[in-house]
Design a protein around this ligand. Structure first.
Ligand SMILES: Cc1cc2nc3c(=O)[nH]c(=O)nc-3n(C[C@H](O)[C@H](O)[C@H](O)COP(=O)(O)O)c2cc1C
Length: 372
């Protein structure tokens, strides 16, 4: 089964990448993931001056299922990498030397200044990384320096900054989008006008994970206080899927999509591919379950392909996109189908006779079980 996929001229051994964050903290952990079989990695976001990046503890918060205790939502108030750029440059070089077949993507972020973005692009590019991901999307902390989602929320800035980078970059540039915006198509299309060859979506959703009812303090609590953070993990997946599908419908066909948000298993990853992603990235899933989840991701994708008769991973990309329509059209299709079926019962009687939960059940379309 051909799991490799060529995106923007880069051959990925498989579509599964570590997303920027703790799974790509340094060369050691990235090397381990390459050994485990990941197709590539987006390293933790780097900037020119790591001394300005100061993290807090605790910086994570978890939301668990009431029934099973499984973690379904995750909040972080972590910043970008606090490791010096020179250390990173050495590590990028070393990784490309030792793992030439694995794809290494550098995530970069800077203040709103052309010379800084271009200097960062040049020094990182010289190490031999395969592509850039522009972080226009971290929703907290860095925004106080007008970085991250402070840029991603403004299409004029995503266009301008992407153009600064593509002016000096000789490798593909992906722009990573924030979901904390009404219409994700606008900053994405603006980045494409600036020369981006791919869009990564999504970064985390602004959130407050909860409040401690004993201390009355919102979580995660640092010396009694907090700030809203970024929400990830399974709970965000439907929002990410919606945004990826919107991008698939709006972007020019040569622009690639890297799907991110709540992916833990092959089932989740395949959904993103069906909606237009040619690669997928996993961050929280790897933090919670370890790099070994790559085995199930690859096996599940290969099984799906053989069951459904796909020969290459590329064939899956965007296969479900033609099945989006308008509400008016759904109504029309339903009317036609109803005309064929006899004996429609009165809707009011139906609601009166059944409980609200029974009625909800009747109107629900279930996501298939993982191993069905
Ligand atoms: C602890 C943590 C740190 C993160 N740091 C970064 C980062 O430095 N740069 C970045 O682009 N995204 C960062 N992200 C966002 C992830 O790459 C990803 O977009 C998001 O978490 C959704 O995917 P997931 O549900 O697989 O985690 C971070 C996420 C988490 C949970």
């Amino acid at each position: 089964m051909e799991l490799s996929i060529t995106v923007n001229g880069i051959k990925f051994p498989n579509p599964f990448l570590l997303g920027s964050g703790p799974p790509g903290t340094n060369a050691r952990v990235i090397a381990k993931s390459f050994e485990a079989g990941w197709g590539g990695a987006v390293a933790k976001t780097v900037s020119l001056e790591s001394a300005k990046v100061v993290n807090v503890v605790p910086r994570y918060g978890r939301l668990r299922s009431r029934d099973t205790g499984e973690v379904i939502g995750f909040e972080n108030i972590e910043l970008i990498s606090d490791r010096p750029i020179d250390v990173w440059l050495d590590e990028f070089r070393q990784l490309k030397k030792e793992y030439p077949q694995h794809i290494l993507i550098a995530s970069i972020m800077e203040e709103y200044e052309k010379s800084r973005w271009q200097e960062l692009t040049r020094v990182v590019q010289d190490t031999g990384v395969d592509a850039f991901e522009l972080n226009f999307s971290c929703p907290h902390g860095m925004t106080e320096r007008r970085m991250g989602s402070e840029m991603g929320e403004h299409p004029d800035l995503t266009e301008e900054v992407t153009a600064w980078v593509t002016e000096v970059s000789k490798i593909p540039v992906w722009a990573k989008m924030t979901p904390n915006i009404t219409n994700i198509k606008e900053p994405s299309l603006a980045s494409v006008r600036g020369g981006a060859s791919g869009i990564s979506a999504i970064n985390t959703i602004l959130s407050v994970i909860g409040v401690d009812l004993n201390t009355l303090r919102p979580l995660p609590t640092v010396e009694g206080y907090t700030v809203p953070g970024g929400y990830s993990s399974q709970a965000v997946r439907p929002i990410a899927l919606r945004m990826v599908s919107q991008l698939a419908l709006a972007l020019p066909p040569q622009v690639s999509i890297s799907g991110i948000g709540g992916i833990e298993r092959s089932h989740d990853a395949i959904e993103f591919m069906l909606l237009g992603a040619s690669t997928v990235q996993l961050c929280t899933g790897v933090m919670l379950h370890g790099v070994k989840i790559i085995d199930e991701l690859k096996e599940g994708l290969a099984r799906f392909m053989s069951d459904k008769g796909f020969e290459t991973a590329q064939e899956i990309v965007g296969k479900s996109i033609p099945f989006f329509s308008t509400h008016m059209d759904l109504v029309q299709k339903m009317k036609e189908a109803k005309r064929i079926r006899a004996g429609e019962s009165s809707r009011d009687n139906d609601w009166a006779e059944k409980s609200i939960t029974e009625k909800t059940e009747e109107l629900t379309s279930e996501r298939t079980a993982e191993n069905a």
